[in-house]
Design a protein around this ligand. Structure first.
Ligand code: GN1
Ligand code: MG
Length: 361
């Protein structure tokens, strides 16, 4: 494997001689490696990109490059360090942003940024605040990038598209599970109109389409040794969509006092302190470009994305577990119930959530 990886690495324009290519992290979607070069040469990240999820990969790499170059320009203009405050894509020897190997697998390389800190979870309001600043800063840097990106994940946070999939899966009921989840299905149906009403505002342009990150976990933000936000990484899912989705998905992750698949529903609720801290950091960076309507719907976006996740987990359960990896036959159902508990907690605190955003904007 290692010689194979060294060979793959040799197809990219690297500085210095490759010393070793070693696995890095345990991502569920891509395979990630670190390339060490001899002596004091730079390190690189090598990834095999998952072509089953992101398609087509060449378009995805173009999207990433567009965003990276734009951020670099902005960072440079304000006296920052474009090699540390933005990702640097390393092209292949033929100039392409990827290398296609003989097994039709796509590989891409970026520069490894040294001397950084990454966190696995945002358990304190201070970290949630930093996370909000990180995502807000990213959105703010690309707020003036007007050309749309290629849509490599059609319908990703589009609830109309999700309902289409949902209706098809329910009509088919391929593994006969529908009857056992009548109550759970009613959770989705009773909110269908409310969610579509929101999405209509995106469809008719009342809520603008901008560039969003779509994987707002805190470990996708690199901090410098002082603890300040340096750079947002993992740009595979950058999309032209509403930026509210990033706020909403971050709130789904950050504020949950339990696990995404907690079996003990008592553990699951929305933590208002974390919500407030993230919203503060986020709005400090984004207030200048968000429209009044976007601000008005920030709190709603947390409910929207959490609802969408309840739908996606339940739909995958009814469909026979084809999308998400599961640890047990009931795993998607456990996730559904835990995310629904979180949604209910958000609904109960919705007035407060709106007040918090209003006070901060
Ligand atoms: C997937 O693999 P991960 O955790 O980055 C999914 C997200 C879901 C999340 C739920 C491309 O993201 O949309 O919210 O699982 N990503 C894709 O845990 O479907
Ligand atoms: Mg990711």
């Amino acid at each position: 494997m290692s010689t194979h990886l060294t060979e793959i690495a040799s197809n990219f324009k690297l500085e210095g001689q490759v010393e070793e290519v070693a696995p890095l992290g345990e991502g569920f979607i891509n395979d990630t490696f670190i390339i060490n070069t001899v002596g004091n040469g730079p390190k690189y990240i090598l990834q095999r990109k998952n072509k089953n999820i992101f398609s087509p990969i060449p378009d995805m790499m173009e999207n990433i490059q567009k965003v990276c170059l734009h951020i670099k320009k902005k960072v440079e203009a304000t006296g920052g360090d474009p090699m540390r405050e933005a990702m640097t894509i390393i092209p292949a020897n033929d100039g392409k942003l990827y290398f296609l190997d003989e097994e039709e697998e796509y590989w891409a390389v970026c520069l490894f940024i040294e001397d950084t800190i990454a966190y696995e979870a945002a358990e304190t309001p201070e970290l949630a605040y930093s996370g909000g600043k990180g995502i807000g800063r990213f959105q703010s840097l690309v707020a003036d990038l007007k050309e749309p990106l290629v849509n490599i994940l059609p319908g990703f946070h589009d609830i109309r598209y999700r309902f289409k999939q949902w209706d098809e899966v329910l009509a088919k009921d391929p593994v006969g599970r529908k009857e056992s989840v009548v109550e759970e299905i009613s959770w989705i149906e009773s909110r269908r109109e409310e969610m579509l009403d929101f999405w209509k505002l995106v469809e008719d342009g009342t809520i603008p389409t901008r560039i969003s990150h779509n994987d707002t976990k805190i470990n996708n933000i690199l901090f410098d040794k002082k603890g300040d936000v340096l750079c947002v990484i993992d740009l595979d899912t950058v999309l032209s969509s509403t930026v509210l989705n990033d706020f909403g998905d971050a709130m789904r992750f950050y504020t949950n006092t339990g696990l995404e698949d907690d079996e003990n529903l008592e553990n699951v609720s929305m933590d208002q302190e974390i919500y407030k801290a993230f919203a503060k950091g986020y709005l400090e960076e984004t207030s200048w470009f968000l429209s009044d309507t976007e601000k008005e719907y920030l709190a709603f976006s947390a409910k929207y994305i959490t609802y969408e996740q309840v739908l996606r987990f339940l739909m995958d359960y009814i469909d026979g577990d084809n999308y998400y990896k599961v640890k047990s036959p009931e795993h998607n159902l456990i996730r559904t119930r835990a995310q629904y508990k979180l949604l209910q907690s958000m609904e109960a605190q919705f007035e407060e959530m709106n007040k918090i955003v209003k006070a901060l904007s």
